[in-house]
Design a protein around this ligand. Structure first.
Ligand code: IMP
Ligand code: MG
Length: 172
């Protein structure tokens, strides 16, 4: 049986996402932003983040699948759904649930810059920077120092537990 330990409460997450939204609004003042949610894990943070940003923005989604299951992306990252908006000359902000090895974000960032984006930054609810295998900087991290396997607020374990309003650590 899996046991869950509360790591970030709904109110802590709301406060942190609100702060990120204010910072992003200041940093992108005068430029129109495209929030690019990485499906499926980012569906909850992107909804809250979009409402916390006060500057003009558009929203689009990509989906990246990594070979191998559940706990981390091993090796190859494949883009299974591309942007629908034209990124040429646009300022994109990738919104992700967790950056772990960094492979998914490295691949997406490279892909979007190659398609002609003017800039690509990264916002992630959780930055597991100590687990990085490829170099990727999270420009807007929600929380760091979050070890173990996490679920809730979009994060899943084999597609379960995404719907929780808080983030939990799973203990097996
Ligand atoms: P990366 O390519 O190794 O950075 O993988 C990032 C992806 O792995 C995230 O988008 C998540 O889907 C998944 N992932 C990594 N750690 C966790 C976790 O603790 N809980 C749920 N998913 C995770
Ligand atoms: Mg993900």
């Amino acid at each position: 049986m899996e046991e869950m330990e509360l790591l970030f409460s709904a109110s802590e997450i709301a406060a942190r996402v609100g702060e990120l939204g204010r910072r992003i609004s200041e940093d992108y003042r005068g430029r129109e932003l495209v929030l690019v949610g990485v499906l499926k894990g980012a569906f909850m943070i992107i909804a809250d983040l979009a409402r916390a940003i006060t500057t003009p923005l558009q929203i689009d989604f990509v989906r990246a699948a990594s070979y191998g299951q559940a706990t981390s992306s091993c090796g190859e990252v494949r883009l299974s759904k591309d942007l629908e908006l034209d990124p040429t000359g646009r300022h994109l902000l990738l919104v992700e649930d967790i950056v772990d090895s960094g492979r998914t974000m490295a691949k997406l960032k490279q892909h979007l810059l190659a398609k002609g984006a003017a800039s690509v930054r990264i916002c992630a609810l959780i930055d597991k920077s100590e687990r990085r295998e490829v170099e990727v900087e999270v420009d807007y991290p929600g929380f760091t120092n979050a070890g173990g396997f996490l679920v809730g607020y979009g994060l899943d374990c084999a597609e379960r537990h995404r719907q929780y309003p808080a983030v939990y650590r799973i203990r097996e």
